[in-house]
Design a protein around this ligand. Structure first.
Ligand code: UDP
Length: 241
């Protein structure tokens, strides 16, 4: 396989940068240590986070592929870089919830920790200026962000990711409370894109309920990188078990 050359930066987000390669069908994703919360109002760095999130995502995407989920992932290139297919990102945050927490608990006046009778898939329009408003499948189709078929692929993939990860995280001694996914289109095909990490998932210790994810940063609970590392170590072990 051709060694990818890192060319110009195409995009910089809050936690990652995307670089062109000599092959227009692939890009390099670089994971930074920058952390933001509350729509960018809280900013800091979590030392080593980029390495942990890249390593964890680089383990989870091939595992999900094995289970039949189509992703943008090609391979891990270095501790902070992965090679992925270039996709057109659909401007949605696709959130799956198993347990009430965060904005759902807040908006609906439900206690954090309430277990959902079935997983919930919800969508937010990815637009910081508007505070990522929640949208329905009808909005997505009517506004032509994705076709009806693509929306059903997204929903099916999100639920499949949930099923696979709930089981894996349980083996790792973690409750998968909720998570956010992003999808992209490659020649009209829906591929799971972005990352899966403690930045994008809520993970609680299955026995003690200890928070092991980005809420440690959001809520100033301390030892953020240590808990991210613990998640990575436990998932590695569960994958090898
Ligand atoms: N999430 C994310 N990026 C966002 C918003 C949410 O990765 O911009 C994740 C978040 O970490 C959690 C899930 O999506 O695992 C649900 O988040 P929620 O809607 O409860 O929002 P929050 O409480 O983060 O405002």
């Amino acid at each position: 396989m051709l060694t990818p050359e890192k060319k110009e930066m195409l995009y910089e987000g809050k936690a990652k940068q995307v670089y062109a390669t000599q092959d227009p069908s692939t890009v390099i994703v670089y994971f930074k240590d920058d952390a933001t919360a509350f729509n960018g109002k809280k900013k800091s760095q979590i030392h080593g986070k980029g390495i942990i999130n890249n390593t964890l995502s680089s383990l989870l995407y091939p595992y999900l592929e094995e289970k039949g989920v189509k992703t943008h992932f090609l391979r891990q290139l270095s501790d902070r870089e992965m090679l992925v297919y270039a996709v057109d990102i659909i401007p949605l945050e696709v959130i799956v919830r198993n347990v009430a927490a965060g904005s759902m608990a807040r908006n609906m006046g439900i206690e954090e920790g309430k277990i959902m009778k079935k997983p919930i898939v919800e969508y937010s329009f990815k637009k910081d200026e508007l505070g990522d408003p929640m949208v329905s499948e009808d909005h997505i189709i009517a506004l032509e962000w994705a076709t009806e078929e693509q929306v059903s692929s997204i929903r099916a993939a999100a639920l499949k990711v949930n099923q696979v990860l709930v089981e894996l995280m349980e083996k790792a001694g973690l409750t998968l409370v909720d998570f956010k996914l992003e999808f992209g289109l490659k020649e009209a095909e829906v591929l799971l894109a972005d990352e899966i990490s403690p930045d994008t998932c809520r993970l609680w210790d299955i026995k003690t309920g200890e928070v092991m994810d980005k809420d440690r940063f959001r809520k100033d609970l301390g030892q953020v990188a240590e808990h991210y590392q613990e998640v990575l170590d436990r998932v590695k072990k569960a994958l090898n078990a």
